[in-house]
Every structure is written in structure tokens, then in C-alpha cells.
Design a protein around this ligand. Structure first.
Ligand code: CP
Length: 337
């Protein structure tokens, strides 16, 4: 069951740097082999829930969420609870000493004295890097749970697990990314990581105002055997796609409400539009959705967005146990079978 055709970087496992104590601001903080190992760990966890239930006994996770979240915070927390650990934190900075003017660095240095691992979401790009640097002196890993419009690495882990579960691989696919490609941090993280593996055909579908940032396009240009096209019309390309990754127009990152109102309903995927798609195309969305996927798509077997939520929890279990240095009982034997 774990013989998924995931590429490896070619680096033997025993020469891999350790993930213990490792902060993850972007997935560039992990080697390609480490990402593949997390995917295998998630597959193991899925089928060995009982065996892993005490992996992180006595550990404490802090979730420091300065910005709203449903899935990410709850799945970080559930992941630690399902591994036997505990959770503290805040789900809004208004109840913390941030309201008294405390800096991110001081908050993180304080929390680093209390817990084993920190997951942090913040509206400002770069906040996760500041936190990771502040926690480094204490040997505490910080996992970026989303920093502004920049990156969302654990969402990407969920996305990779979902693509793998649908296709058995993450390369050799045509992947359409649709909607707000400017402010959507999940698509930035996903493209960055898929480029590491190479051999992906990206179709970037957006209005002119919400195109993929230049630095992400440059990344695709440097990636081995990756191609990209930029288009506006989803219907014209949907039949070519193996994966369609829909995104919400990120209202909270717009400077101008009129622009948001004009652009928010540019793409609405419904069953009628799906008629043109391949029968096995996977529809992904990081959620929350607003209007961009009609609820009538939820019952279509191609809808994979609630699977992403489940996979996100498994991947966070894999990541949390790895960075705190707790071995999943039975995993090494299972992997080497
Ligand atoms: N996908 C995602 O990050 O969802 P939340 O904002 O609800 O955490």
C-alpha cells in the first residue's frame, strides 16, 4: 500500500539531515526526501492510528494564531492530540499580550520556554521567519501556519498527499491553478514545492489583476521539465487538466473593496462546467470557499477538497512528530518491508 511512486531526491535516507528541531517557514526548509518521507509517514499513520496514539505523550504544542483559521489551527491541534500530546495557544491575538504591544519575537521566546513545538499564523509576510529565528536559541521548532500572502507549507503537504492519493504520483501531471493567484499563499507554496519535484505542466488561470507573482513564475522557469501557460478562461482549458486547484479571492488582502467585489465571482465551478473535465480530474481547494465552487460539486467523485482536510491532519501528525523527535512506533519496519 505504501509503494506510491513518489520521486525521491536520490539522497540515501541515512545521510538525510535530521528534522528534529527544524522550523518550517517554507517547504524549502525541508529536503525533497524529507517531504517524501512525510508523505509516507502520513500513509502509515492513516493505517496505524492505534500504534501511533502515544507517539508524542507528554509533548505540548502551542498554536499562536494572529489571524482567523478553522482547518489549519484545528488540524494542528487534533494532530497533536491524536499523537498523545497536549495543546495550548490563542486563536486571536486580542486575548494575548500582543494588545499591550508585545513583539512577535518576545511572544515566541516566552512560549518557547513552555512548549515543544509552535505553529503560528500571522497576517504579515515574514512573521514566521521572525518567529523561527526567535525560537532557535531555545531549540524549539516553529511551523508556519500561513504568513500573509506569502506561504502556507502545511497546506501544501495536505495538497501533495491528496494528489498522491488520487494519482499515486505528483509528477507528470497537468495542474491548473485558478482564481486569486496573486494573494493566494497556498498556490505559491504548492508551485514552489512541485517545482522541486519537476515534470509538471502548470496552467495558471486568473484575471489579469490576480496573476501569479513574478517570483513564482521565475521559479517555474528554473524548474526541471516544468512548463506553464497563463490564461483567463477556465472553460477553455478544463478538459486538459489532471488537477484543478481552485482558490478563493482573498478579500482580506485587497486594498480596495471595489476591486474585490468586481473580481470575487470571476470563476464559479459547477457541475455544468465539470462536464468538460476529465472523468478522473481531481478538484482541490484549500478552503474556506465562498462562491468559487458550487455545493453541487461536493457530491462529484472528482471533488477532493474535504479529503484535503483529512490529509492535512495526517501530514501535520507526520510533521509534528518528526520535528519534536518522536519516532512513530513501527514506521521504520513498515517502510523497509
Ligand atoms: N486552508 C486553510 O488554511 O484554512 P483555514 O484558514 O480555515 O485554516
Amino acid at each position: 500500500e505504501h509503494s506510491t511512486q513518489l520521486p525521491t531526491s536520490g539522497v540515501p535516507q541515512d545521510t538525510e539531515p535530521s528534522m528534529v528541531g527544524k522550523s518550517v517557514v517554507t517547504l524549502d526548509d525541508l529536503t525533497t526526501s524529507q517531504i517524501v518521507d512525510l508523505l509516507h509517514k502520513a500513509q502509515y499513520i492513516e493505517t496505524h492510528r492505534h500504534e501511533v496514539a502515544h507517539t508524542c505523550d507528554g509533548r505540548v504544542l502551542a498554536t499562536l494564531f494572529y489571524e482567523p483559521s478553522t482547518r489549519t489551527r484545528l488540524s494542528f491541534e487534533t494532530a497533536m492530540l491524536r499523537l498523545g500530546g497536549h495543546v495550548i495557544g490563542f486563536a486571536g491575538a486580542q486575548l494575548s499580550s500582543v494588545t499591550k504591544g508585545e513583539s512577535i519575537a518576545d511572544t515566541v521566546k516566552t512560549v518557547s520556554n513552555l512548549v515543544d513545538v509552535i505553529a503560528m499564523r500571522h497576517p504579515k509576510e515574514g512573521a514566521a521567519l521572525v518567529a523561527a529565528r526567535a525560537a532557535k536559541d531555545f531549540g524549539i521548532p516553529v511551523i508556519n501556519a500561513g504568513d500573509g500572502g506569502h506561504m502556507h507549507p502545511t497546506q501544501t503537504l495536505a495538497d501533495l498527499a491528496t494528489i498522491t492519493s488520487r494519482y499515486g504520483r505528483i509528477t507528470g501531471l497537468t495542474i491548473g491553478l485558478c482564481g486569486d493567484l496573486t494573494f493566494g499563499r497556498t498556490v505559491h507554496s504548492l508551485v514552489e514545492t512541485l517545482c522541486r519535484f519537476g515534470n509538471v505542466n502548470f496552467v495558471l488561470i486568473s484575471p489579469d489583476e490576480l496573476k501569479m507573482p513574478r517570483y513564482v513564475i521565475d521559479r517555474i522557469k528554473r524548474a526541471p521539465s516544468c512548463t506553464y501557460t497563463e490564461v483567463r478562461d477556465l472553460a477553455a482549458v478544463i478538459g486538459d487538466l489532471d488537477v484543478l486547484y481552485m482558490t478563493r479571492v482573498q478579500k482580506e488582502r485587497f486594498f480596495n473593496e471595489d476591486d474585490y467585489l468586481r473580481l470575487r465571482d470571476t470563476y464559479i465551478l459547477d457541475e455544468a462546467k465539470l462536464q468538460r473535465a476529465k472523468p478522473d480530474m481531481a478538484v482541490l481547494h484549500p478552503l474556506p470557499r465562498v462562491n468559487e465552487i458550487s455545493v453541487d460539486v461536493d457530491h462529484d467523485p472528482r471533488a477532493a477538497y474535504f479529503e484535503q482536510v483529512h490529509n492535512g491532519m495526517l501530514m501535520r501528525m507526520a510533521l509534528e512528530s518528526s520535528v519534536v523527535g518522536d519516532t512513530l512506533p513501527g514506521y521504520e519496519e513498515w517502510k523497509n518491508q
